[in-house]
Design a protein around this ligand. Structure first.
Ligand code: NAD
Length: 489
């Protein structure tokens, strides 16, 4: 539980900070206790609760989220640093919609009667998996709770949820609301803990039947290994991205700029599907860049509780340093820093909205070292856009803008990372929109918009952005297993 504890402390690096609260850190033993509670609740209570009743409980819980919307938005802003007005107008309503959507599915999950040869009667049942572990990141603390718990509970599973060590607060408040809504004890268990301890204990637990993870690709890999080395629990992974946003010359330029800006700067750039690589067709490139820069210059960065704030602080010192490291790499590798590239203000983890251009290395002459020769080969033969800022997920308000000449060229460039979470294309030509959307290897492609995530539609990654689809009917497949019953008549 969180406890109030306002005091000034000095960190080892000398910074003076104010603690707003402290939470108990869950360790491996706490995971065992939570798993035991979830197992008992699954076998003795939850399995006997029918779909209609599960739906009623989830809707009751959603009513409580609505009742406490203001308070939850404020906790979310404190927890994560996102703007209170955005938490209130976007994160909270989306969270509630997700729970209500899955409440609607509870009594509609059913199998089929299957025709077989002879006098056998065959049918299938879609049964819950059992105890599900959920490990979530810090960028959308409340929404990630909804994306995992909504479908898991609708399908009749019990849960052991571990929040990010950086954002434990809203989930603790939510745990109290589950209790108030009347969920049986042990159905939802929330732990605040660190990844290598509590997180790893969930991934390798012999009595957890499935683990649903959202976070970095590196951690996703270790979770899969842990699942394989323990009880082969089912795994679903929502991982990182480096999404391309393609702007064609025939697009509505004002609209393209507006969406591209949302695409990268929403949530301070801490968005798995952030459109961090913008490709603009040659003939409109200069115009686009100028307009985009004007938008970015006007972003209100600052106090999450100020009504005009669009961008609050980054989540942590580590993340701030990481972003600054990428900005330095961009400069060092020869990209042009068009805007930002530095701390906003003189304290806190605020980063100025940043734009890089000239982000593709080009060598045609002056190769005077083996290192440059290697780069040349990567760039020109393997067409690898090897600037670090074009390859790695920065997870901050930093965009790289590049030019292209032909559609085939930009599709090829779009594929030059290990990720495949999302992509976007802007054009008024529906034929080209469809051609490019079909060609892109990404779990979501937006046409003439960005970051539009719909509760009814699946969301998930291609390539190293993970597997499994959250949201929509597809999410039910992640939390059920199919049983075939054959009856000899
Ligand atoms: P992270 O991988 O460091 O941490 C995510 C969660 O995993 C945290 O709860 C953490 O405590 C836990 N964890 C860390 N090490 C672990 C281990 N060894 N075993 C088990 N659990 C462990 O990621 P993050 O920094 O919190 O989040 C940022 C990343 O998440 C970005 O790469 C981003 O793209 C990705 N992300 C993806 C989506 C998506 O839907 N695809 C959504 C949000 C964030």
């Amino acid at each position: 539980m969180a406890s109030k504890c306002e005091e000034n402390i000095t960190l080892p690096d000398g910074r003076n900070v104010k603690t707003i609260t402290s939470v108990v850190e869950a360790n491996e033993k706490d995971v065992d206790i939570a798993v035991e509670a979830a197992t008992k609740a699954f076998n003795e209570k939850w399995i006997h609760v029918n779909g209609q009743e599960r739906g009623r409980l989830i809707n009751k819980f959603a009513d409580l989220l609505e009742r406490d919307l203001d308070e939850l938005a404020a906790i979310e802003a404190l927890d994560n640093g996102k703007a209170y007005t955005i938490a209130k107008s976007e994160d909270l309503p989306f969270t509630i919609t997700v729970f209500r959507y899955f409440a609607g599915w509870c009594d509609k999950i059913h199998g089929k009667v299957i025709e077989t040869q002879g006098d056998k009667f065959c049918y299938t049942r879609h049964e819950p998996i059992g105890v599900c572990g959920a490990i979530i990141p810090w960028n959308y603390p409340l929404l990630m709770v909804a994306w995992k718990l909504g479908p898991a509970l609708a399908c009749g599973n019990t849960i052991v949820l571990k929040t990010s060590e950086l954002t434990p607060l809203t989930a603790l408040k939510v745990a109290a609301l589950f209790k108030e809504a009347g969920f049986p004890k042990g159905v939802v268990n929330v732990l605040s803990g660190f990844g290598p301890t509590a997180g790893a204990a969930i991934a390798s637990h012999m009595k957890i039947d499935k683990v649903a993870f959202t976070g970095s690709t590196t951690t996703g890999r270790s979770i899969m290994k842990a699942a394989a080395d323990s009880n082969l629990k089912k795994v679903s992974l929502e991982l990182g991205g480096k999404s391309p946003n393609i702007i064609l010359a025939d697009s509505d330029l004002e609209e393209a700029v507006k969406w591209a800006y949302q695409g990268i700067y929403a949530n301070h750039g801490q968005c798995c599907c952030a459109g961090s690589r913008v490709y603009v067709e040659d003939s409109i490139y200069d115009n686009f860049v100028e307009k985009f820069k004007t938008y970015a210059q006007n972003i209100k960065v600052g106090d999450p509780f100020h009504k005009d704030t669009f961008q609050g602080p980054q989540i942590s010192q580590r993340q701030f340093d990481r972003i600054m490291g990428y900005i330095e790499a961009g400069k060092k590798e020869g990209a042009t820093l068009l805007l930002g590239g530095k701390r906003h203000g003189d304290k806190g983890f605020f980063v100025c909205p940043t734009i890089f251009t000239d982000v593709v290395k080009f060598y045609s002459k002056h190769i005077y070292s083996y290192e440059l020769l290697y780069d040349f080969l990567l760039c020109n033969i393997f067409k690898n856009e090897n600037m670090t800022i074009m390859q790695e997920e920065i997870f901050g308000p930093v965009v790289a803008i590049a030019k292209f000449k032909t559609i085939d060229e930009v599709i090829e460039k779009a594929h030059l990372t290990k990720y495949g979470l999302a992509a976007a294309v802007f054009t008024k030509d529906i034929t080209r929109a469809i051609k490019i959307s079909n060609a892109l290897r990404a779990g979501t492609v937006w046409v003439n918009c960005y970051n539009v995530v719909n509760t009814n539609a699946p969301f998930g990654g291609f390539k190293e952005s993970g597997f499994g689809r959250e949201l929509g009917k597809y999410a039910l497949e992640l939390y059920t297993q199919v049983k075939t019953v054959q009856i000899n008549l």
